[in-house]
Design a protein around this ligand. Structure first.
Ligand SMILES: CC(C)(COP(=O)(O)OP(=O)(O)OC[C@H]1O[C@@H](n2cnc3c(N)ncnc32)[C@H](O)[C@@H]1OP(=O)(O)O)[C@@H](O)C(=O)NCCC(=O)NCCS
Length: 163
């Protein structure tokens, strides 16, 4: 699909936005009948990677996933809704935020279950970090998310392991 949202010159947060839906099948559940946490983290990684790629249209790699919060268990048979977007861009990296909701398949009740932040680095044809387009901050929400991402970036780079 190419339309102005995805190929236009303005790299807004809307350009990167992703929504994904999963059904919690038995193969994704643990012995308590809830979705296995690592499974949702894997879905979060994919959701955030798509957001990053929609922003920069490059190959990207996950540099880190942090601040993973499990707020509620997600039950077998429930519907998992994930929404991700680029929160902030730096030189070659981008922070993506992903929020996860659990939808009851019968009642339709939707509750926020998880959130996490993932940082992706764009790579050039030689596998080296390459500059990403700046993010256009159009709304108060955009500016709030970006400012919070700047603070989180400082924290995560402070604890980045030395080689
Ligand atoms: C992530 C990676 C590309 C960084 O490469 P590097 O040679 O260390 O590059 P640099 O030190 O120049 O950093 C490049 C960018 O990564 C960011 N970065 C590096 N480590 C990071 C971390 N742990 N968390 C967040 N950002 C990080 C830097 O801040 C920099 O961003 P900026 O240019 O916007 O300031 C490299 O470590 C790598 O390839 N890691 C493995 C990735 C992977 O296999 N992921 C899982 C599968 S996709």
């Amino acid at each position: 699909m190419t339309d102005e949202l995805f190929s236009g010159p303005v790299h807004s947060t809307a350009r990167s936005r992703v929504e994904m839906t999963h059904h919690v099948l038995p193969e994704f559940a643990n012995s308590l009948g809830n979705v296995f946490g690592g499974q949702v983290v894997s879905w979060i990684d994919i959701c955030a990677a798509i957001a990053a790629q929609r922003h920069c249209r490059s190959v990207v790699v996950t540099a880190s996933i942090d601040a993973v919060q499990f707020m509620l268990p997600i039950k077998l048979g429930h519907i998992v809704i994930m929404r991700g977007q680029v929160n902030a861009t730096f030189k070659t990296s981008m922070e993506c935020g992903v929020a996860v909701w659990s939808e009851h398949p019968i009642t339709g009740e939707v509750r926020k279950a998880m959130k996490a932040y993932a940082t992706f680095v764009a790579l050039d044809d030689y596998g080296k970090p390459r500059a990403v387009p700046p993010l256009l901050l159009q709304t108060d929400d955009d500016r709030r998310r970006s400012a919070a991402a700047v603070v989180r970036r400082a924290d995560r780079l402070r604890v980045r392991p030395a080689e």
